[in-house]
Write a protein that binds this ligand. Structure first.
Ligand code: HEC
Length: 109
């Protein structure tokens, strides 16, 4: 009985780990290129911010899961914002993963 339940626990852990890993893995260097159009607005320290005059949320250093979820919500129209919906509309899931990996790697530099 005892052995059985710990085997179950391990199986559960493994499958939840796999579930987390199942979306496409983000590639930071691909994301860096794909994120160029984003940086004009989401200027991150060390990068030129083209629009310092209006507020945009800081995306650099966010958790990749959060960035992907936000982009999917814009793409599906679930989250309203014309500008970001236009930005997200053309992104494939792999693009989102790459971009998210890049932004997530940009902790206070
Ligand atoms: C023209 C300016 C502009 C561009 C270009 C732009 N964004 Fe945005 N972004 C915004 C604004 C403004 C918001 C705030 C929208 C809102 O209130 O929902 C935002 C919100 C976001 C959010 C949600 C942040 C949060 O804290 O919830 C994410 C993630 C994001 N943008 C990622 C991107 C990515 C990735 C790109 C490039 C593909 C991009 N943005 C390009 C202006 C821009």
């Amino acid at each position: 009985m005892r052995v059985r339940s710990s085997v179950c626990a391990v199986a559960l852990l493994l499958s939840s780990g796999l579930a987390l890993a199942s979306p496409p893995a983000g590639d930071v260097s691909a994301g860096k290129i794909k994120a160029q159009p984003c940086l004009g607005c989401h200027g991150i320290p060390g990068y030129f911010n083209a629009y310092p005059s209006y507020h945009v949320p800081k995306v650099g250093g966010q958790h990749p899961e959060y960035i992907i979820a936000a982009l999917k919500a814009y793409k599906s129209g679930q989250r309203p914002h014309a500008t970001m919906q236009a930005q997200a509309a053309t992104l494939a899931e792999q693009d989102m993963a790459d971009i998210a990996a890049f932004f997530a790697s940009e902790h206070e530099k």
